[in-house]
Design a protein around this ligand. Structure first.
Ligand code: PLP
Length: 497
């Protein structure tokens, strides 16, 4: 009961008491403070503790049940629903903390032990960070701006940097002006700010299936209804997308048209144009998450949707984390004119402004042309890894029963085990052999698509790619053989929350 004493319901708030209670208990569940199958307090008891009517508790419990966070047992009470990761106990865990690992992955983290070859992380290794260049420019900013570099920055972003970004955008065929550029503390914040500006409880957002875990987390945290549409080799299933836009009138559609995370697939030009057409036809926004279009190795067309956007329908998010330094927490949005004020207000209430010091250094980076040199360097490094990976996949995976479509650029490769196999289990087997993969379930809304997995080359050196893929091919062969006996049909999976 202790945990419930922390709840303070504000009778003066415009939000209904039962909604406040719903959010509090949902947070306890999502944070793991309330565990699967734990009983919620009896209605009258909680009403007394919180000093509210029993109807407040009844309504909050009812909403939690409707949203799948709790279940009721007639005559016994209300209990926290199990999540997928709580149901993994029947997996052969031995001493492996799979439950904990999967839980961490859900939050975008994974534990990497020494000597492990990690195809799980899509973050570049720190030896690729241009620390020396950065040091010189940092000193230049400090000498030039002194204390001003440490003041609060404009919420929209340091003006000279916004101007430099307009020039940067011109080179990738996006024509805009500094008024439309909003600096953000990384693309993740961009997704969050956009959601905050547009999404209320139960609003619909359409995403690709599978999609980026961090976006799922953000949209869930807004209480959004998330509708997912399968992605195919040449982009999202356009017919299903149109049907779902018609049916659900989403607040926006969230897409990664180039080297999608996690699949690595890129949209065809036709699909890119069709998406712009649909946004116009149904009067909706498209959020384009461009986390990686820079790394196009074998694709002639890595045009962004924003570069094709004649009617100001695309909210463009740019991250530099995969090609620069993720710890800088720097990215930007290009936003349609009519939503400037909303986005600015959401950004201001998130963190007031992105670090002015980092913005100033990055501005010099762009102005002095050092950026171009760095991008060429990163392209060279990643292209080598990409080629080694592609060759190793073709060499070592050719006689294994897994399917995949090789991407034309980017850092991610997406695989599917045969129907009925579970990549969470493969993760355990790989980890025992010091090879980390990323199970695919975290990229799906319902998390019950478990036969997929993602391998990323961002953090693996070419010689380790060869060792890792060779080793993994043996692990997969053994796994498929061994697991055949215990293999479950797809019908035996229980749907999740
Ligand atoms: C598709 C996608 N969007 C956004 C992000 C977050 O990027 P940032 O570090 O810029 O916040 C990531 C990080 O992996 C990503 O894969």
């Amino acid at each position: 009961m202790e945990i419930y004493k922390e709840i303070h319901l504000d009778k003066n708030s415009p939000q209904h008491l039962y909604m406040q209670l719903f959010y509090k208990i949902r947070q306890f569940i999502m944070d793991g403070q309330l565990k699967a199958n734990e009983k919620l307090p009896p209605i009258r008891q909680l009403a007394n503790t919180l000093g509210v009517n029993t109807s407040t508790i009844v309504n909050a419990y009812g909403l939690l049940e409707k949203e799948g966070f709790v279940y009721k047992k007639i005559g016994s009470g209300t209990f926290v629903s199990p999540r997928k990761d709580d149901r993994l106990e029947d997996v052969v865990l031995e001493k492996y903390p799979l439950d904990e690992d999967i839980r961490l992955m859900d939050r975008g983290q994974i534990q990497i032990k020494e000597n492990m070859i990690s195809f799980a992380s899509a973050t570049p290794t720190s030896d690729l960070f241009p620390v020396d260049d950065f040091k010189i420019l940092l000193n230049e900013v400090l000498d030039r701006d002194k204390g001003d570099a440490f003041g609060y920055q404009e919420s929209q972003g340091y003006y000279p940097l916004r101007e430099s970004l307009v020039d940067y955008l011109k080179e990738i065929n996006i024509e805009t002006n500094s008024e439309n550029v909003q600096i953000i503390s990384g693309a993740q914040q961009g997704i969050d700010v956009i959601a905050k500006a547009f999404v209320d409880y139960k609003d619909t957002i359409i995403v690709e299936s599978p999609t980026y875990t961090g976006a799922i987390g953000t949209f869930k945290s807004r209480g959004a209804k998330i509708v997912s549409v399968p992605i195919l080799e040449d982009g999202i299933d356009i017919h299903l997308l149109e049907e779902n836009i018609k049916k659900h009138h989403p607040k926006f559609v969230y897409l990664m048209p180039n080297f999608q995370n996690p699949t690595g697939y890129s949209y065809s030009k036709e699909k890119k144009l069709k998406i712009i057409e649909l946004a116009d036809k149904y009067n909706t926004f498209i959020v384009e998450d461009d986390y990686l279009s820079d790394l196009s190795f074998y694709n002639n067309d890595n045009a962004t949707l924003k570069s094709l956007d004649e009617n100001d329908r695309i909210i463009y998010i740019k991250s530099f984390s995969k090609i620069f330094m993720p710890g800088l927490r720097l990215g930007f949005l290009v936003i349609p004119k009519k939503i400037h004020h909303r986005i600015l207000a959401a950004k201001h209430t998130s963190d007031i402004s992105t670090s002015g010091l980092n913005q100033r250094v990055f501005d010099l980076y762009l102005r002095k042309g050092i950026w171009k040199k760095h991008i060429r360097y990163m392209e060279k490094i990643y292209r080598e890894r990409f080629d080694v990976m592609k060759n190793c996949i073709e060499k070592y995976f050719k006689d294994i029963d897994i399917s995949y479509i090789l991407p034309k650029g980017g850092l991610n490769f997406w695989f599917s085990l045969p129907e009925g196999y579970d990549s969470n289990k493969l993760y355990v087997e790989g980890a025992k052999n010091n090879i980390l993969i990323l199970p695919g379930s975290i990229f799906f809304i319902s998390q019950n698509e478990s036969r997929f997995f993602r391998l990323s080359i961002a953090a693996v050196y070419p010689k380790d790619i060869e060792i890792g893929i060779k080793g993994l091919s043996q692990v997969i062969k053994r796994f498929i053989k061994k697991d055949t006996k215990e293999r479950k049909g797809p019908d035996s999976y229980t749907p999740l929350l």
